[in-house]
Design a protein around this ligand. Structure first.
Ligand code: GUN
Length: 303
């Protein structure tokens, strides 16, 4: 039986996008500027194509400019890096996002470090990660930012709460842990090799699952009343050639114990795209030295 509040990522992301659209209109009215996003997709991975199309569509819907570069899977590393070097100084482009993963013959680190830090709307550059770690965050990775916004929408004050992050990726686990630390949580980073993971999860007031294993976190791992954020996107082939998506948390079990929980799909994933729009707007405002346009730092209250 579901007793938890289901955190509706669609509703929350719509609230955030509405805020971004208003700020974009304000920026245009006051300064004649339109934020520009460049997305780069190398190859034809169907899931990546869907993600990139959604980023493009959302940018346009919010009044931003958006240009997509579709490169063949055989594109050389040098050609991709040269494209990035041409986008870095382009004043019409404020944010650059290379959809990951890139084909195996391309070094992901080189891609990330060739992107200008000021335009790193993915927050993956080591300097962006270092700034977050040292409390001087500029552009923060989109999924972690979305997780924190959802958590702060549910919990008024995170001070002193125990947050357990399951997963230690550069994309989610590490940045979300630092964001929670900045909110005065006591943070434990656990992972697939952690001993007695279930017992550690059971102590979490906030549990962020970003480990990439289908329904690994069971109902009896959850502290009653906890806030559970499921970042997992585990695809399992289903009838009709389609994939069914599963989270890292067993939703049926966990929703009977948690205080609030995100579903998969319909939870964090939708916030990621909305937060990319926040970052693109922020990048534009920062690059142009603008101080009179309000940036959405958190989800606006429900009306
Ligand atoms: N692939 C899966 N998630 C992401 C993301 O957040 N950013 C990029 N660039 N690629 C991804």
């Amino acid at each position: 039986m579901t007793t938890a509040t289901i955190i509706d990522g669609k509703e929350a992301s719509a609230r955030l996008k509405d805020c971004v659209a208003k700020a974009v209109a304000d920026l245009k009215a006051k300064h004649g500027l339109v934020p520009g996003l460049a997305t780069v997709l190398v190859g034809e991975d169907p899931a990546s194509q869907v993600y990139v199309a959604s980023k493009q569509k959302t940018a346009h819907a919010l009044g931003m400019n958006s240009i997509q570069h579709n490169l063949p899977a055989a594109t050389s590393e040098a050609d991709l890096l040269n494209l990035l070097r041409s986008l870095n100084p382009d004043p019409a482009i404020n944010g650059i996002l290379v959809q990951l993963p890139v084909p195996k013959h391309i070094d992901t680190i080189k891609v990330i470090t060739t992107t200008a830090v000021a335009k790193d709307v993915d927050g993956l550059h080591p300097e962006s990660a270092g700034r977050l770690m040292s409390g001087r965050a500029a552009l923060v990775s989109c999924t972690p930012m979305g997780c924190l916004m959802l958590i702060k929408d549910v919990l008024a004050d995170l001070t002193g709460l125990h947050a357990v992050v399951v997963g230690r990726s550069n994309l989610v686990g590490k940045p979300v842990a630092h964001l929670l630390l900045n909110e005065n949580c006591t943070v434990t980073i656990a992972h697939s090799r952690t001993r007695d993971l279930a017992a550690i999860c059971r102590t979490a007031d906030i549990l962020v699952a970003a480990v990439g294993r289908k329904e690994m976190i069971r109902g009896d791992w959850i502290k009653p009343g906890a806030t559970v954020i499921d970042v997992g996107i585990n695809r399992v082939p289903a009838a009709g050639g389609k994939n069914k998506l599963y989270g890292d948390v067993n939703f049926a079990e966990a929703s009977a114990v948690a205080g609030a929980i995100t579903p998969v799909p319909g939870g964090v994933g939708l916030m990621t795209v909305a937060c990319l729009m926040v970052n693109t707007l922020k990048a534009c405002v920062t690059q142009n030295g603008i101080t009179d346009v309000a940036l959405p730092m958190r989800l606006p209250p429900r009306v």
